[in-house]
Design a binder for this molecule. Structure first.
Ligand code: GLN
Length: 189
């Protein structure tokens, strides 16, 4: 299986290591042509404004949009923001392919970074989730399935058909279950 990791900025190396550990072939994507022949794509965490700006400069926005419309794509943290239809900001380039409304930097200053053991649909045991200046999903479309929410109901993991988005960073822990879940989704497509 050949998986791309968008490698413009942010935690792409960590995703690459995780995927390789699970036996996938990994391509670092920086150019539109590198999307060809991929079975799936991960858009990593980092800074969504920077990822969007570089993607626009590299002519990647439209190719990424086309790709994510049809092929399994998983956005983590900034990647979740990048996939969303609505982030309440017009001037920041996003793909807008997933029917979710996302609030950037949604956690107040005091807890802008935190870790929590999070129950996730489809996983037997909670997932140790690392949140770093994380976004929140504030609204989901009717085709979107909520996979995880915090104790207070805040939505932090969602799925819409071939699309997956998590507000936290599964690549920063040794737990590869969500990466395995994504690869499993691809095999099932
Ligand atoms: N706060 C960042 C943003 O708005 C996301 C943080 C992250 O990816 N860890 O893009």
């Amino acid at each position: 299986m050949k998986i791309g990791v968008l490698a413009l900025q942010g935690a792409f190396i960590e995703h690459e290591k995780m995927l390789k550990g699970l036996g996938a072939e990994v391509v670092q994507v920086r150019l539109p042509g590198q999307l060809e022949g991929l079975d799936g794509l991960i858009i990593p965490g980092g800074e969504s404004t920077t990822i969007g700006k570089i993607a626009a400069e590299y002519g990647l926005i439209e190719p990424l949009r086309q790709f994510a419309r049809t092929t399994p794509t998983w956005g983590t943290c900034a990647g979740m923001i990048f996939l969303a239809k609505d982030i309440g900001i017009d001037r920041q380039p996003i793909l807008g392919v997933m029917d979710i409304t996302v609030n950037r930097n949604a956690f107040g200053r005091q807890i802008d970074s935190f870790e929590v053991d999070l129950p996730v649909t489809g996983l037997d045991e909670p997932f140790h989730a690392v949140f770093i200046r994380a976004p929140l999903v504030t609204k989901v479309g009717q085709d979107v399935k909520v996979l995880a929410a915090l104790d207070d109901g805040k939505i932090v993991a969602v799925e819409q058909g071939h699309l997956l988005a998590t507000a936290f960073h599964p690549e920063l822990t040794p737990d590869s279950r969500l990466h395995a879940y994504f690869l499993g989704k691809i095999k099932g497509v």
